[in-house]
Structure formats: C-alpha cells, structure tokens
Design a protein around this ligand. Structure first.
Ligand SMILES: Nc1ncnc2c1ncn2[C@@H]1O[C@H](COP(=O)(O)OP(=O)(O)OP(=O)(O)O)[C@@H](O)[C@H]1O
Ligand SMILES: [Mg+2]
Length: 304
C-alpha cells in the first residue's frame, strides 16, 4: 500500500484536483484507492457529489475519537472509496490541542486500513497546522503540487522544514517523492525559472539525509484546462465529465508515471518546461490552455 499526502500550504495550487483525478485515474487502472478529505473546505467531498452532512460519519468523527474508520469509508465509484470531510473539522485543531498523541490520530486510525487499498491519498488543507501534521504522520510519501508562477516557491522552504521536522520526530519513513506542476501554461519564462530553481534545490539535496533527497519533478505536467475547473461543480471527476479533455489525458498520464508504467510512446508528452511551443489545444478546451505569451517580468525566483 502506498500512502501519499498531497500538500502545499499555498491555496489553490491543484491539491484537491490532483487527489480527485489522479485517484480516479488509478481506480480506472484497476487499483483500489482510498481518498481522504482532510480539509474543512470539503472540496474533495463535493467533487464526488457527496454531501458533507452531519448524518454520515466523516473524518472529523474519526479524529475526534468517536467513529471507527471502517464506518467512515464509503464507496464513490468502482475501486475508489472516500472518507468525507465536514466544516466541523475546522474546530478539530483547537479541540485536539490538549489531546495526548494528537499528531498521530490519523496514523493510528488508518492502521486498520492496511492492505485493504493499493493507494491512500490525503487531501490536505492549505495550512501547516495539526491536520497537515496528522497527514504527514500517517503517510510515507508526499506529493507537492505547484503552480509555477510568481511566488510559487515562497513558503516551500517552510513546507520542507515542516516535513523534515515530522520525519525526525514522528515518522522516520516520510519522504517527498514528487513535485507536480499544475495549472501549467506553456511558454512562460517564469515557469521555466521556477522549475530551474526547483531542480537546483533538489540537486543539492541528492545523497543527503533530507526527506526530499530522492524527490523528482514529475515528468507529467498538468496543463491548465477549463474542464478540470468545471467538473467539481457537477460532482464529477474529469474521467466522467470530459474523458477526452487534456485534463483527463494529463491525469491518466500521471497515473501511469506514478505506477512506473510510463513509456516513451505515451502521448501527449509533457511539454518541455519553458519551451515556446505546446500541444495544440483541443477544440473543446478553452483559450486559457493556448500557449501564453512568454513572461517578461524578469522575476528571479528562489526557494523561500
Ligand atoms: N489544471 C487545471 N486547470 C484549470 N483549473 C484547475 C486546474 N487545476 C485546478 N483547477 C481549479 O483551480 C482551483 C484550485 O484548484 P484546487 O481546488 O485543486 O486547489 P487546492 O490546492 O486544493 O486549493 P485549496 O488550497 O483551497 O484546497 C479550483 O477551482 C480548480 O477547479
Ligand atoms: Mg483543496
């Protein structure tokens, strides 16, 4: 079983979209997938058309100790199960403050799930609070989605520090396995600069003891695609809403990459980052996907 937290304390970078659609792509590929909505915003829950009502057990009930994780898991499609979230989860950080072992509640709850799934994904809120620490304690891998634009790397240093701290104190198995470029607009110079900075940062870590020593930037890039933005409001993943869109292709390709099954012939290849050309958008995709103008801001990007 691979257990993966999808984390970035910056909001709106594609965490939930990635958990919903990468998770579904893996389920379509025949893997048994558990998706956990650990965000009081309940966006992942809503993405699967599950009403975050108080009558069904959700992640807050598990964390606050009352509910068994087995009862909180419900099937959302073939091979995919969800533990939903609820607005009450916002109170959990405060309520759990005096609980001994508050950082490992999710880990202990998930122990019962071992071997039932091939993949567990945790969709984290945009913060580095107790909920995110619980996610980092419960998993072995971290995926970090990034939107490669101005200030994309601001705060990433803090995120890596938090991961290192949790690894040292609570979860020695924790490592960052991948950084995923989301909402990507081809041809922007700034995106190329962000990726170059990231590469240098990761290169420096090779052979060291830090949890990102073996991290890679995924070869697959998730392009900006209006269908990906539309599908949650229909309570559908991209594979049910528009399976022929670039969004569906990108997440299907990412699933192959995560499974180690990517082959050179798998099209569309991710556009070379910073290249001035990009695959032609499909007719049903929106203008936002067309290659945008090179960015002339001249901003120097560094990991902060
Ligand atoms: N590749 C994409 N193309 C177009 N829109 C996208 C793409 N990825 C995500 N979006 C849209 O961008 C918004 C932010 O995405 P998402 O909710 O996945 O980010 P998030 O990191 O989970 O946000 P938060 O930090 O608030 O939880 C959403 O409206 C989503 O539908
Ligand atoms: Mg989210």
């Amino acid at each position: 079983m691979r257990t993966i937290a999808v984390i970035n304390q910056k909001g709106g970078v594609g965490k939930t979209t990635t958990v919903a659609n990468l998770g579904t792509a893996l389920a379509v590929a025949g893997r048994r997938v558990l998706l956990i909505d650990l965000d009081p915003q309940t966006h992942l829950t809503l993405s699967f058309n599950v009403e975050p009502d108080a009558s069904r057990p959700h992640i807050y009930d598990v964390l606050s100790g009352g509910e068994s994780v087995n009862r909180a898991v419900h099937k959302v499609r073939k091979n995919a199960w969800l533990i939903s979230s609820h607005i009450d989860l916002a109170a959990a950080e405060m309520e759990l403050v005096s609980v001994v072992g508050r950082e490992v509640i999710l880990r202990d709850a998930l122990a019962a799930m071992k071997r039932k799934f091939d993949f567990v994904f945790v969709d984290c809120p945009p913060s580095l609070g107790l909920l995110t620490v619980n996610a980092l304690t419960a998993v072995e891998e971290v995926f970090i989605p990034l939107q490669p634009h101005f200030l994309a790397l601001q705060g990433v240093g803090r995120l890596f520090e938090t991961i290192a701290l949790v690894r040292d104190r609570l979860n020695p198995k924790l490592s960052v396995s991948g950084i995923l470029l989301c909402l990507y607009e081809a041809g922007t110079r700034l995106a190329a600069e962000v990726v170059q900075d990231l590469r240098q940062f990761l290169e420096k870590a090779r052979g060291t003891e830090v949890p990102w020593a073996d991290a890679r930037i995924f070869d697959t890039i998730i392009r900006r695609n209006i269908k990906l933005a539309e599908c949650p409001s229909h309570g559908l993943t991209i594979f049910d809403y528009e399976p022929r869109s670039n969004g569906a292709r990108d997440y299907a390709r990412l699933a192959k990459e995560v499974l180690g099954e990517l082959e050179a012939r798998d099209e569309p290849a991710a556009p070379e980052v910073g290249a001035q050309t990009a695959p032609e958008p499909r007719p049903e995709d929106d203008a936002a996907e067309a290659p945008s103008k090179p960015d002339d801001s001249g901003v120097i990007v560094t990991i902060a």
